[in-house]
Design a protein around this ligand. Structure first.
Ligand code: FAS
Ligand code: PHB
Length: 389
């Protein structure tokens, strides 16, 4: 079987790339390890940058987002009871949209159905062959049958644990990593959000995040040691911890309820360079991971797609390879800025085990600086709403 672009991974980056390429007349196949139900059931990111909203509209999946997405003109950072509002609209003229990655994925799948795109689920043993030649091909097993697609290019959209990154010979790759000594315990509950805008809380009891999906679906996180397991955390224990981290004005009035989802995600900062090897391109989490403190993970995957998709169209339809030749350098320039912001937000808001009193004072001083300096708030706002592509 032949296609023009073989896309490994049917998460948001793979689906968005497939949608944009197919809309331009480029043939693709998406090879996804999991079932569609499993992919659509994942609960992950919640905040979309302006650029992401624009890209989803360009892909033709912006209608429900416009109807159901919640526009946020700001967010709060807190230090115990000190609440600092970062007014995105006033400081940057822009805002973000709260719309879960779950919904983005569902919209992309429905759009792929509508154009008859080829998305194969439950594939296994994907192997990318001859990526450094002019005739790459991918092999995989589907329904017990070993199959092959010959293609012109391969997009590795298969996340941190996929096969694409490690298809690039180790000696051709450079990895940069910081693993944080804590994770986020996340809870979804059918309760009204504790606040109308997100709260990133730094407190003597650790970090917490109060987010949402809609006016009756709240998403919360608390910092937990990496050794903790979900079964260690009853709902009551979670709500007690969350309330210890949030400002009293918020915790004293918030509505709690049974969790409908509870999971622990580890935090790491990671980049693998370069993003290209021959005719293989790495996209999204296959190339980089950010701690979710800066709400950048999904949004970076989308900007990678922005930098790659037009280049693939140009080389396949006009023979112009300048876009794909520039992809790695252009995408990495934005990736590293988002990496820095996510690392800064994480170190600014979390307690590190064994840290000395000086570190705690630095966190307090950073929050105090934000509360007193419009310049400091503008720098944070510019990064949070998303740096230009
Ligand atoms: P994804 O990991 O979403 O998709 C990769 C796809 O490839 C998956 O469907 C996988 O099944 C498939 N795959 C893997 N190996 C394969 C193989 N060998 N063959 C075929 N298919 C294969 N970001 C935020 O901004 N905010 C958050 O709060 C947040 N929370 C997160 C929580 C968790 C537990 C995780 C893991 C990530 C979180 N992220 C968050 C980041 C997340 O949203 C990613 O940035 C986003 O999913 C990136 O999309 P993709 O690059 O498409 O990768
Ligand atoms: C979420 O709503 O899941 C969310 C929001 C902002 C973040 C991380 C997660 O920074």
């Amino acid at each position: 079987m032949k296609t023009q672009v073989a896309i490994i991974g049917g998460g948001p980056s793979g689906l968005l790339l497939s949608q944009l390429l197919n809309k331009a007349g480029v043939a693709t196949v998406v090879l996804e390890r999991s079932s569609r139900a499993h992919v659509e059931g994942r609960i992950r990111a919640g905040v979309l940058e302006t650029g992401t909203v624009q890209m989803l509209h360009e892909a033709g999946v912006g209608d429900r987002l416009d109807r159901e997405g919640i526009r946020h003109g700001g967010c709060y950072l807190t230090d115990d009871d000190l609440m600092v509002r970062i007014n995105f609209k006033e400081l940057t003229g822009k805002q973000v949209v709260v719309y879960g990655q779950t919904e983005v994925t569902a919209d992309l799948y429905n759009a792929q159905d509508a154009i008859g795109a080829t998305v194969l689920h439950d594939v296994s043993d994907v192997v990318i062959n001859d990526a450094d030649s002019d005739a790459p091909y991918v092999e995989f097993t589907k329904d017990g049958v070993r199959q092959r697609f010959d293609c012109s290019y391969v997009a590795g959209c298969d996340g941190f644990h996929g096969v694409s990154r490690t298809t690039i010979p180790e000696e051709k790759r450079r990895a940069f990593e910081r693993v944080y000594p804590f994770g986020w315990l996340g809870v979804l509950s059918r309760t009204p959000p504790a606040n109308h805008e997100l709260i990133y809380a730094n407190s003597g009891n650790g970090f917490a995040l109060a987010s949402m999906r809609n006016e009756n679906l709240s998403r919360y996180y608390v910092q937990v040691p990496l050794t903790d397991k979900v079964e260690d955390w009853s709902d009551d224990r979670f709500w007690d911890k969350l309330k210890q981290c949030l400002p009293y004005d918020i915790s004293s009035s918030m509505v709690t309820g049974p969790s409908i989802e509870k999971s622990i995600a580890p935090l790491r900062s990671f980049v693998s360079e370069p993003l290209r090897w021959g005719r293989l391109f790495l996209v999204g989490d296959a190339a980089h991971i950010v701690p979710p403190t800066g709400a950048k993970g999904l949004n970076l995957a989308v900007s990678d797609v922005f930098y790659l998709y037009q280049g693939l169209i140009d080389v396949l339809q006009k023979g112009d390879a300048s876009g794909i030749d520039a992809y790695s350098e252009r995408a990495l320039a934005r990736i590293w800025k988002a990496m820095r912001f996510s690392w800064q937000m994480t170190t600014m808001l979390h307690q590190f085990e064994g840290e000395d009193s000086f570190a705690a004072q630095m966190r307090k001083a950073t929050l105090a600086q934000l509360s007193q300096s419009e310049t400091a708030r503008r720098e944070l706002a510019e990064n949070y709403i998303g740096l230009p592509y």
